[in-house]
Write a protein that binds this ligand. Structure first.
Ligand code: SF4
Length: 275
């Protein structure tokens, strides 16, 4: 009799709400689930605490990938090039590759936290042995359900949402909106400063890149510029509230990240970091 092929079940946590809720949702449905977290070593401190909280709820270890190298290693390898959505080496080097290496050649079912109310497509591995599945989408779960799962479990929303950040991933992620840079500056001035230090001509190539489009962090942190960004953000939110008559202000704020497309509308790779 041929022996049955082993199939691994893997759920990748990003530190964001959707993957956290999916882990909770799947805990008793797939007891053999493996939980992983691809650590860039540039996450917010509270993300590590949140992962601890999720791990306690699951009663399982969350395996950290990238144990030996983090963002800075690859930053050097890429010649001091700050990533962007056109130069998104970070997702590939820090998230996708470690994940595929962790899977190896074994058959893997990869659980992805895309919701039924999202248009985005998730990470589809090109490796034939990795099969992505979307339980929330298949079961028709939307944002309110995800919030309910997190609330009921006691795990709660990711802590960064309390200070108005809308995304997990590196504290300096180039997908941040301008208002999120302002909030980072106000909440973690030390991390803002560290992000700013990457914006310098790289000694080996002379390249100079910025995290945020069309301005450096030194320009963005000027008090007048920060006030302008805040004012523009309030106007934008008010417009959205006016357009979405049935939504509360809180809901519009919560969904802000999802209704504001990144500049070239190409956010597929960062789903790995931000689900
Ligand atoms: S969070 Fe942003 S900067 Fe960090 S690896 Fe993901 S896409 Fe790159």
């Amino acid at each position: 009799m041929p022996t049955e092929k082993r199939v691994r079940h893997i759920l990748s946590l990003s530190g964001g709400k959707d993957s956290a809720a999916l882990a909770i949702y799947m805990r008793d449905r797939v007891p053999e689930m493996e939980y992983i977290f691809s650590d860039t070593r540039k996450e917010l401190p509270e993300t590590y605490e949140y992962l601890e909280r999720i791990s306690s709820y699951l009663g399982k270890e969350v395996t950290r990938l990238n144990a030996d190298v983090g963002f800075d290693h690859w930053y050097e390898m890429y010649g001091g090039m700050i990533p962007s959505n056109h130069r998104r080496w970070c997702t590939r080097a820090l998230k996708l590759k470690p994940f595929e290496q962790h899977c190896g050649d074994e058959e893997v079912i990869n659980y992805v936290g895309l919701r039924a109310d999202e248009e985005r497509s998730g990470y589809i591995s090109h490796k034939p042995n990795i099969k992505p599945v979307y339980p929330f989408r298949d079961d028709g779960l939307v944002l309110r359900d995800i919030e309910g799962i997190l609330r009921t479990s006691g795990v709660g929303m990711p802590p960064y949402t309390k200070w108005g950040r809308t995304r997990s991933g590196c504290y300096f992620c180039f997908y941040q909106q301008k208002i999120e840079w302002v909030r980072l500056k106000e909440t973690y001035p030390d991390l803002y400063q560290k992000a700013k230090e990457y914006e310098r001509p790289y000694e080996k190539t002379g390249n100079f890149f910025t995290w945020s489009s069309n301005e450096s962090l030194a320009e963005l942190e000027q008090p007048a510029r920060m006030e302008q960004i805040k004012r523009e953000h309030v106007i934008r939110i008010e417009r959205k509230v006016a357009r979405k008559e049935n939504a509360t202000l809180a809901e519009v704020f919560a969904q802000d990240v999802e209704v504001e497309a990144p500049e070239d509308d190409d956010d597929q790779g960062c789903l790995v970091c931000q689900l």
